[in-house]
Ligand binder design. Structure first.
Ligand code: UDP
Ligand code: UDP
Length: 462
């Protein structure tokens, strides 16, 4: 960018839930750091308290990034909405309110140069981008495997000889075969909102100029290498690896006991357990986890959530965990209820391993910090991601463990936690991943070059 050329003005439009908001906020700061003018459009009201807290704290600490709110119109109640996922209903509502976006975009000064939107919003936003003559990029918040599956899903479902109950695997050109048992369970139900939205949005992918993906060359070298020109189908836009998206480093308000507790623990002695922002663990599974943790004997820091939406997580610790467990692990364990800064925890020298559901943000955060993962996928794209974790050398994955509601026994958990915390080769490989993650985004690194190319392509010639 020369001194006389105005910088591009980019509109970022994230979807619902923390796993889709965090990566877009991170991308916003990375673009601002590279001299772009950035406006983030967030839907109001949000579903979770975590989202609204994060949004206000982000703009408070990043005054140069503009914030525009899209006021959601009252929900058109779907008949099955009571049983549907609250965050997915929110995606649906954002899509229903998208007509409000055009006036927000067209009245901006300086005018926008491009739109970067969540995958689940591309079908409705692409026509607006076209009307305004703006390039549109999709922000993929998951692994290359997941976005490739999404992009290929309409092709798969149109071919019942390949995609049926008897198939054991699916083949996406340029990718290793994917086990049917690793597919998001919702995709087997054509009536599921997630499935219909996947199909609609993947059909619109051809309208996008690129898919910005939170991954990096070293981490997924073989898949990036074998995808034909980084495209899943001939009409898909190229996949652009721009990760790992860098931590936000925004101080968290309030009193956080876990910070002072971690300070007192020896180096690499603590296993951190978290299933992300929206995965509720059943009471039966909690009991088995208690038993596994106690038997494994390692110190632990457990981020415990028992509801999908944080506002509903009202139960007291004593109602969820056994009295004996709490008493016996009083000094060696820390249970966290409510929102934490996961990046800060993973960065702490006391942390030696991470039991993770493998939400993609968590995977990239562990890669950034070089913390070995014990992959314990629970639903959605997480088995696809667990395979990547294993192949990249960042973690262990016990693929026989049940998912989608099955219970893993305490003895099994104990065995794998001990393996996670004592595998020195794994620790070395994870340290290498950390080194390469940081190289990717530093000036001239593989992801930095991709981001700069995108930015440069948006600068208008004089
Ligand atoms: N996260 C956090 N504190 C919490 C729970 C989650 O900072 O108490 C962050 C986590 O670091 C990640 C995001 O929320 O950035 C969750 O995204 P992920 O893809 O890992 O899982 P999801 O919540 O979408 O299942
Ligand atoms: N989802 C679901 N069941 C599934 C797969 C997905 O309910 O088997 C919903 C759920 O709301 C999930 C969202 O679809 O968070 C997006 O799924 P994705 O696979 O993209 O995972 P995420 O991006 O949240 O990590």
């Amino acid at each position: 960018m020369s001194a006389t050329q105005p910088p591009p003005h980019i509109a970022l439009f994230p979807g619902a839930e923390m796993g889709h908001l965090m990566p877009v906020l991170r991308l916003a700061t990375m673009l601002a750091k590279r001299s772009c003018i950035v406006t983030v459009i967030t839907a109001y009201p949000t579903v979770s308290a975590a989202e609204s807290d994060q949004i206000s704290s982000f703009f408070h600490h990043n005054p140069k990034i503009n914030h525009v709110e899209l006021q959601l119109t009252p929900r058109f109640q779907q008949e099955d909405s009571a049983s549907a996922d609250p965050f997915f209903l929110q995606f649906d509502l954002i899509n229903q309110s998208i007509h409000l976006l055009r006036p927000l975009l067209s009245s901006s000064s300086p005018p926008f140069s491009a739109m970067f939107v969540d995958f689940f919003l591309v079908a409705k936003t692409a026509p607006i981008a076209k009307e305004l003559h703006l390039p549109i990029y999709v922000v993929s918040t998951s692994s290359l495997e997941c976005i490739s599956l999404m992009a290929y899903f309409p092709v798969l479902t149109s071919n019942p000889t390949e995609f049926n109950n008897a198939s054991t695997e699916i083949k996406i050109p340029g990718l290793p075969p994917i086990a049917m048992s690793s597919l998001p369970l919702a995709l087997f139900d054509p009536g599921n909102l997630f499935t219909s939205m996947t199909i609609k949005n993947s059909q619109a992918l051809s309208k996008a100029d690129g898919i910005l993906t939170n991954t990096f060359e070293y981490f997924q070298a073989s898949t990036l290498g074998t995808l034909d020109k980084a495209r899943v189908t001939a009409s898909s836009p190229p996949i652009l690896p721009v990760g790992p998206l860098e931590p936000l480093n925004i101080p968290l308000d309030g009193d956080h006991r876990y910070q002072s507790w971690l300070e007192k623990q020896p180096s690499q002695s603590v296993v951190y357990i978290s299933f992300g922002s929206r995965t509720a663990i059943s009471r039966d599974q909690v009991q088995e986890l208690e038993s596994g943790l106690e038997k494994a004997g390692w110190r632990f820091c457990w981020n415990l959530k028992t509801s999908i939406v944080d506002k509903d997580d009202q139960a007291d610790l004593e109602d969820i965990l056994s009295y004996l467990f709490l008493e016996r692990t009083e000094n060696t364990g820390m249970i966290i209820r409510g929102w934490t800064d996961q990046q800060e925890i993973l960065a702490h020298p006391a942390i030696g391993g991470f039991v993770s559901h493998c939400g993609w943000n968590s995977v990239m955060e562990a890669a950034w910090q070089g913390v070995p993962i014990l992959a314990w996928p629970q639903n959605g794209d997480q088995r696809l991601n667990a395979k990547v974790v294993e192949e990249a050398g960042l973690g262990l994955w016990e693929r026989n463990w049940d998912w989608g509601g099955g219970i893993v026994k305490g003895d099994e958990i104990e065995r794998k936690i001990v393996e996670l915390m004592t595998d020195e080769k794994l620790r070395e490989r994870a340290a290498k991943v950390r080194e390469e993650a940081r190289k990717a985004v530093e000036s001239g690194g593989s992801s930095d070059r991709v981001i700069r190319d995108v930015i440069n392509s948006l600068i208008l010639p004089f």
